[in-house]
Design a protein around this ligand. Structure first.
Ligand SMILES: [Zn+2]
Length: 169
């Protein structure tokens, strides 16, 4: 069975079109700037993104930094796989955490409430991923290398913050 590939930009466009009805504050605030629907982390994107015409196309350049999370799981209703409103875009940390959390696999409302309840991403993480050094490094690379560089950065920062938390407690 072939499934339609749904782009990140299509998902954002579908949610943003709901206007005030859109549950995700990040999209109501600025749907043109990619970020995690859960923790609100704004992902770095290459400068090339600024030259793109479509206001949502920047979302297609974030590589693996934002993942498509099902609201109603495939096993509960495979027909919703083609519906862009059945997806939220989450950073890997939020997505991993969502997968581990137990709620009905067919309950979109519960999934959305869970996403809205995610704690905000640490400001230090945002600051580091916004740095000009990171942006310059990724801007010169091709898309795959860009994703790889950011993956490395993310893993490093996650480990750093986990260590900080351990020291603080
Ligand atoms: Zn997140």
């Amino acid at each position: 069975m072939s499934r339609r590939y749904i782009r990140h930009s299509s998902i954002v466009k579908a949610w943003a079109t709901l206007g005030e009805e859109c549950p995700f504050e990040l999209l109501r605030a600025d749907p043109g700037e990619p970020g995690c629907f859960g923790c609100g982390w704004r992902t770095p994107t290459p400068d090339a993104a600024e030259r793109l015409g479509d206001s949502f196309s920047e979302w297609d350049l974030v590589g693996g930094l934002l993942e498509k999370a099902h609201l109603v799981d495939h096993s509960a209703d495979p027909s919703l796989d083609d519906d862009p409103l059945n997806y939220a875009l989450l950073c890997r940390r939020c997505h991993r955490s969502m997968t581990r959390t137990v709620f009905g696999v067919g309950d979109a409302e519960a999934a959305i409430s869970w996403i809205l309840g995610r704690p905000e991403r640490e400001w230090a993480y945002q600051l580091l991923t916004d740095s000009p050094e990171i942006r310059a490094a990724v801007d010169q690379s091709n898309k795959r290398e860009y994703a790889r560089a950011l993956d490395k950065l993310r893993d490093g920062l996650d480990a750093e913050l986990a260590r900080e938390r351990t020291c603080a407690s």
